[in-house]
Design a protein around this ligand. Structure first.
Ligand SMILES: [Zn+2]
Length: 246
């Protein structure tokens, strides 16, 4: 990316906390990536809502709670512009983020989708899988710390009675993702660009399966959103402690 373009993207696509202007403020900073964008909006939910809207709502709540808790955070691509996948870790790096969390909502392989009609619209759903998923990349230079962050997110989610979905490990085309930790729902997916190209620890969070008719509703409830947000922030705080030499 040339510097002019990069400056323009930083200007349009980063929501920065006011105190980030200080020189040493970035020692522990959470970059929150809103998965996909308005025009390429990711999966479509059982009721026809594009994934980006779910990601945007959860990412903004995460950002808001981080600020309320005096944690340093940035929101990547809050306008939902069409930026490249590789721009996301670069923006995190430009802000000197110490940790990158990419927020997504999950789908399933096409063969599991069934037709149904909702509000007069012909749509597709699958009630076969539900649950969260966490992804880390073995090509990320901070793989070990990425795993620790994912581990801590999962522990909080499990304590709050959320369960992982293991459907990405199914031995079928498009899946076959190695499970690093089946109990915690942590997968290794080396070539996810946002994780692989990040120079800081990075975790992609699939907050729930939105083609599942009940889970689509569940992931939009404040109760569920709070559990996911607080799990990420608890893991981020532990990450910050590891960043600070005792
Ligand atoms: Zn996604």
């Amino acid at each position: 990316m040339n510097m002019q373009l990069f400056s323009r993207i930083v200007a349009c696509c980063l929501l920065l906390t006011p105190f980030l202007a200080t020189a040493d403020a970035a020692s522990c900073l959470l970059a929150i990536d809103i998965g996909h964008d308005r025009s390429a909006a990711g999966a479509k939910s059982a009721r026809g809502k594009p994934e980006w809207f779910f990601n945007n709502a959860l990412a903004r709540l995460l950002y808001q709670r981080a600020i309320e808790q005096n944690l340093q955070a940035i929101l990547i691509n809050p306008s939902g512009a069409s930026i490249r996948l590789s721009d996301r870790p670069q923006l995190a790096q430009a802000a000197q983020a110490s940790c990158l969390i990419s927020i997504h909502h999950d789908s399933v392989q096409a063969q599991y989708l069934l037709p149904w009609n909702w509000n007069g619209n012909a749509l597709r759903y699958s009630d076969r899988f539900r649950g969260y998923g966490l992804f880390v990349s073995g090509k990320n230079p901070a793989f070990a710390e990425s795993r620790k962050i994912a581990h801590d997110i999962a522990d909080s989610l499990l304590q709050n009675h959320l369960s992982p979905s293991l459907h990405h490990a199914e031995p079928i085309a498009g899946e076959n993702r190695p499970l690093l930790d089946p109990q915690r729902g942590i997968y290794q997916f080396d070539d996810l660009v946002v994780l692989r190209q990040a120079n800081m620890p990075a975790v992609l969070v699939e907050a729930g399966v939105i083609v599942h008719r009940d889970q689509e509703r569940e992931v939009s409830t404040p109760d569920q959103q709070n559990k996911i947000v607080e799990a990420i922030l608890a893991a981020f705080r532990l990450h910050c402690r590891r960043q600070t030499p005792s």
